[in-house]
Write a protein that binds this ligand. Structure first.
Ligand SMILES: Nc1ncnc2c1ncn2[C@@H]1O[C@H](COP(=O)(O)OP(=O)(O)OP(=O)(O)O)[C@@H](O)[C@H]1O
Length: 350
């Protein structure tokens, strides 16, 4: 049972407060992710969990054991937490077997050999025990770094931008592979990344951080379809905030007609609001009361991402199958197909 709980964590460097009131729980065998722009405090939080930073307020517990609070600080080597970094940090002069067993070198040769065979099988590199790091590709080295971190059977695994040095196209695939490995081991883990596709591919729950504050801790699906605020809406996926006016507790009037859903209690009738429109919320149809002009077009393989302008000047994005090709300047008709209505109280643009 490896459950990690952060309760109201605050962290500061000298006089600079960088993490504010962060609370979250990663259940046993689950993979959590801290996602956010550069400098938002992801690494600082990860380092506090590992024991390399102290917390100024709040508590961190692992399996019910208090490991950090304002007057408790279990040293990193006593936390039984494994770490994987972006640069793998394999020892170049040690072969793969010796790299993997570095953290369990005091165990018997027999036990070490058994664990190496087991882990090489797990990371899909059987037969690589006698090779050296420079004989492996970047992705293979990263899998060995993962095997090395798993060798001592840590209670928790922390991964800090583990695929940052890989090609963008490779990252998502590696993230899925690593997820499968961690799930097979039943490992509880936290990933830090600024790449949302990596987060979606790997994590069960994702926390979006902005300036040291956790904006939302949720599934990737909910972050996309039910963002808690304008920052999360803008950071996750693409979309446009369309101006609207509240008509009643579940209706908002927009340039694309009335939309229905829960209107925040703070928004009374006549209140201006923003309605989040994702590119997949719009359909291009043969006829509708809502004409638009194509102002940009991006080819995505299976789809086109269109930039559209309405007659009142507001702009939208629409994703359509790429066999539906419309040139820039073309007049089209659009229809809203909202599955999840997101109404944000203020007219915030992003
Ligand atoms: N050792 C340190 N001393 C003082 N300030 C620090 C230290 N480490 C980080 N910071 C500051 O704390 C804030 C959070 O940094 P952190 O490295 O946690 O961000 P991050 O989200 O991991 O960013 P990135 O994605 O760029 O790695 C930043 O403003 C950074 O400048």
């Amino acid at each position: 049972m490896s459950k990690l709980t952060l309760q109201n964590i605050h962290i500061r460097y000298s006089n600079n407060a960088v993490v504010h009131a962060v609370s979250l729980t990663v259940e046993d065998g689950q993979i959590g992710c801290l996602l956010g722009p550069s400098g938002c405090g992801k690494t600082t939080l990860l380092r506090a969990i590992a024991g390399f930073e102290s917390v100024t307020q709040g508590s961190i517990t692992l399996n019910g054991q208090l490991i950090s609070d304002h007057n408790t600080h279990l040293p990193p080597e006593k936390r039984t937490i494994g770490m994987v970094f972006q640069d793998y940090a394999l020892f170049p002069h040690l072969n793969i077997a010796d790299n993997i067993t570095f953290g369990i070198r005091k165990q018997s040769s027999q036990d070490k050999a058994r664990r190496v065979a087991e882990l090489l099988e797990l990371v899909n590199l059987p037969g690589y025990a006698k090779r050296y790091p420079h004989e492996l590709s970047g992705g293979q080295q990263q899998r060995i770094a993962l095997a090395r971190a798993l060798a001592p059977r840590p209670r928790l695994l922390l991964l800090d931008e583990p695929f940052g040095s890989q090609d963008v196209e490779l990252r998502e695939m590696l993230a899925r592979e690593v997820r499968d490995i961690l799930k097979r081991e039943g490992m509880t883990a936290i990933l830090v990344t600024h790449d949302q596709h990596e987060a979606f591919a790997m994590a069960d729950e994702i926390g979006v951080l902005q300036q040291g504050r956790l904006q939302q801790w949720d599934t990737g699906y909910n972050l996309y379809h039910k963002p808690a605020n304008a920052f999360v809406a803008g950071f996750i996926g693409q979309g446009v905030l369309l101006p609207g006016i509240v008509l009643n507790h579940n209706t908002v009037a927009t340039a694309l007609g009335n939309v229905h859903g829960d209107v925040p209690e703070s928004c009374q009738p006549e209140c201006p609001v923003s309605v989040l429109i994702r590119p997949d919320d719009l359909r291009l149809v043969a006829d509708s009361p809502h004409p638009a002009t194509v102002i940009s077009r991006g080819f995505r393989g299976a789809e086109y991402l269109y930039g559209l302008a309405l007659n009142d000047g507001s702009q939208l994005l629409a994703l359509t199958p790429s066999h539906q090709a419309h040139p820039i300047g073309a007049s089209v008709c659009i229809e809203l197909d909202l599955q999840h209505l997101v109404i944000l109280p203020t007219l915030t643009s992003y």
